[in-house]
Ligand binder design. Sequence first.
Ligand SMILES: O=c1ccn([C@@H]2O[C@H](COP(=O)(O)OP(=O)(O)O)[C@@H](O)[C@H]2O)c(=O)[nH]1
Ligand SMILES: O=C(O)[C@@H](COP(=O)(O)O)O[C@H]1O[C@H](CO)[C@@H](O)[C@H](O)[C@H]1O
Length: 298
Amino acid sequence: MGIRAGHWDDWALQGLLGRKAATGQRVSLVVPARNEAATVGAVVSRVREALMETVSLVDEVVVIDSDSVDDTYAVAASAGARVHRSAEIRPDLGTHPGKGEAMWKSLFVTSGDLLVFMDADLHDWDTHFVPGLLGPLLHDPEVQLVKGFYDRPGADGPLEGGRVTELVARPLIALLFPALGDLVQPLAGEWAVRRSWFAGLSVPTGYAVELAALVDTVRAAGPSAIAQVDLGVRAHRHQALRDLGGMATQILAAALARVGVEGADAVGEAVLRQYLRGLEPVERVVPTLERPAAEAYL
Ligand SMILES: O=c1ccn([C@@H]2O[C@H](COP(=O)(O)OP(=O)(O)O)[C@@H](O)[C@H]2O)c(=O)[nH]1
Ligand SMILES: O=C(O)[C@@H](COP(=O)(O)O)O[C@H]1O[C@H](CO)[C@@H](O)[C@H](O)[C@H]1O
């Protein structure tokens, strides 16, 4: 069997609540956020209202403030989230920049048996994303990781989002990881995973966290350990093209490391040279470090 696909409304909310109660599992929504004051409040407040206050599907909403320099922390806290600064979680383990670092650190400040990750920069989404992602985990013990997929509006049209997905992730999957070929949105930031499973994974500290989790999961447990759920439409803030060069470098570094090619130097960073005009390069130091499985520190 390959990667199973479902639709968010395959699972009635009451049925999910029943399964959650019957299995005694807790659910943590984790939102990694760097400079997301404009949108993080709505993500937190809407999920809290719909899935914590109205029903008890989510037990905690945790925002990991990832080196923000805006009001992310205050906005998320006033919306009702438990907020932690990534750098202040387990300082004995040091701190690194990046989305994956924030998600790795979330393991030390959450209690959920099931973790649901959502980006903080969403502006076209709905709260059904969360039950949709939980459906396979609450109903199928074989599933360890659930990816959301959706139509992704971009700057050039209703289906033009996902530049790194189309130009980097899908080619990597085609060439190196064909078992993941069924995945519609391999880089989607909306995904869910069993805590015990995520705690056993090596986690890239940057943007490669999503692809690495998929590769390591399909290798360790096969495609039946992964499910994907149609969540409808999702729009988010789009980074500038050259900033996605850093993301692409991190994803490529993690992929190459998983096929025995150590592209980055030993200290866990790569220097990406970009050019805006003429011969003068703009050098971007790109962290390619990975955190070891968190279970050893929990
Ligand atoms: O160092 C970082 C970079 C990003 N993010 C968060 O990770 C999510 C996805 O990042 P981003 O929007 O930059 O990626 P994109 O969606 O453009 O691929 C967002 O909630 C960011 O705030 C983070 O927590 N730390
Ligand atoms: O899919 C993609 O190509 C990138 C960038 O999307 P856009 O080109 O800005 O629509 O966005 C995803 O990739 C990141 C790395 O995995 C994730 O962190 C983001 O959540 C996801 O939006």
